[in-house]
Design a protein around this ligand. Structure first.
Ligand code: GLV
Ligand code: MN
Ligand code: MN
Ligand code: MN
Length: 397
């Protein structure tokens, strides 16, 4: 299957009205995406293996042990109503790059693998890059097994329902030891690139926090204003405080997910649970931003007779990609621009263990994690050529 046929088959999977995607881990859409990948890899004679953490790998092996392998790939899961390119572009481009290498008659001197990492977005179970975190030991498997989705299903149960053994999850040093380098191609997610392809320098530190504002559920008509303990009020102040704190620290802060209990139009809520995503160029700015938002939340909660509790759900420190590999990529591509990003990636997790780099493909809309996310076909094909050139270089003796 050529490049366009791959997209033709992949694009309908998990698409919802409005044009976005809902491809959450271990759901029917995710299974279909995995089946699609397994078929495309099999068509190319690659050996497909699922590791113990739900990550898929397709290998172009060479005789002998799997050592010093070059790994590429990305993820196929999505955020709620996400775009078509975040994740899948890296996977499709990896398969297409193998086609290019074969057309050129390249004989790899070491194995080449394509990874499809599980739960990169953390959209269902809350922790981003869960598959790569488990593989590298960046998350305790006991905690991972117990992560719950909105319906209370655990990662362990969701995995088991798909035929995987949740007791086996955890670090896989042997698999990791066989990987010599990792290059993830990804759509650029802002407006940072004005040529088709760039090379990543760094990922901003970023994290997710959860606020629980607990008040007193009550009647919307009979409860006088002075008698209320309405958790929606401190929550609202916290949203505004997040914007102000982020501006003060040259950070970004987002409260994009909120669960209200009981969520009735004529009931004062008893609980507002809201999630904060904060990112900045350095760790201190992230920490200072979150501390200020927390202080504002506590102050507002106190004023309204509401309890507030803050918990950190995940944190990823600043990632500087492997300088030698980054420069090698930029040089192979004839001096491609080198740029940082505020988006998280499995490459950021892998980079603590394996020389890692990233390629970005231009996003003309500057929109991502939304249906309008876009990349021009011409730029994507330039991305495939760039990835193929980089892989050919890394696979040479
Ligand atoms: C994932 O794509 C993230 O950056 O949140
Ligand atoms: Mn994403
Ligand atoms: Mn992504
Ligand atoms: Mn991401």
């Amino acid at each position: 299957m050529g490049y366009e046929e791959m997209w033709r088959d992949l694009l309908p999977i998990g698409r919802v009205s409005g044009g976005g995607y809902r491809r959450f881990s271990w759901t029917a859409a995710d299974r279909e995406c995995r089946a699609w990948f397994t078929e495309e890899a099999g068509r190319r004679g690659l050996t497909v293996e699922e590791d113990r953490n739900g990550n898929l790998f397709a290998w172009w092996d060479v005789p002998g042990e799997r050592r010093d392998a070059v790994l590429t790939g990305s993820h196929l899961d999505s955020v709620p109503d996400g775009g078509a390119f975040d994740g899948p572009l890296g996977v499709v481009s990896s398969l297409a790059a193998i086609d290019v290498l074969r057309e050129r008659g390249v004989t790899p001197a070491r194995p080449l693998g394509i990874a499809v990492f599980a739960e990169e977005e953390g959209a269902r179970f809350g922790v981003a890059c869960l598959g790569s975190r488990l593989l590298t030991g960046a998350i305790d498997p006991v905690r991972a097994r117990g992560l719950r989705d909105a319906d209370g299903t655990t990662w362990a149960d969701a995995m088991a329902a798909d035929g995987c053994d949740p007791d086996a999850i955890g670090p896989d040093p042997d698999l990791l030891a066989g990987i010599g380098s990792f290059v993830e191609l990804h759509v650029e997610q802002g407006r940072a690139l004005d040529v088709p392809v760039g090379v990543a320098s760094a990922i901003w530190p970023h994290g997710r926090w959860r606020f629980d504002f607990t008040g007193q559920g009550n009647h919307a008509g009979t409860t006088l204003l002075r008698d209320r303990r309405d958790p929606m009020l401190p929550f609202a102040r916290t949203v505004l405080a997040a914007r102000d704190a982020a501006a003060r620290h040259e950070a970004v802060a987002t409260m994009g997910k909120v669960h209200v209990t009981p969520n009735g139009v004529n009931a004062i809520p008893s609980l507002v649970r809201a999630w904060l995503d904060t990112r900045a160029p350095d760790d201190d700015a992230v920490r200072a931003t979150v501390a200020e938002i927390h202080a504002a939340a506590e102050k507002a909660a106190g004023e309204h007779g509401v309890e507030v509790a803050l918990s950190e759900e995940s944190y990823t420190q600043v990632v500087g990609f492997h300088a030698e590999l980054r420069d090698r990529l930029a040089m192979t591509l004839g001096g491609a621009p080198v740029l940082p990003t505020g988006a998280g990636h499995d490459a950021g997790i892998l980079s603590a263990h394996v020389p890692t780099a990233m390629l970005f493909v231009r996003n003309p809309t500057g929109v991502s994690h939304a249906p309008e996310e876009h990349a021009e076909t011409g730029d994507c094909l330039t991305g495939v050529e760039a990835l193929a050139a980089v892989l050919e270089d890394l696979l040479s003796p």
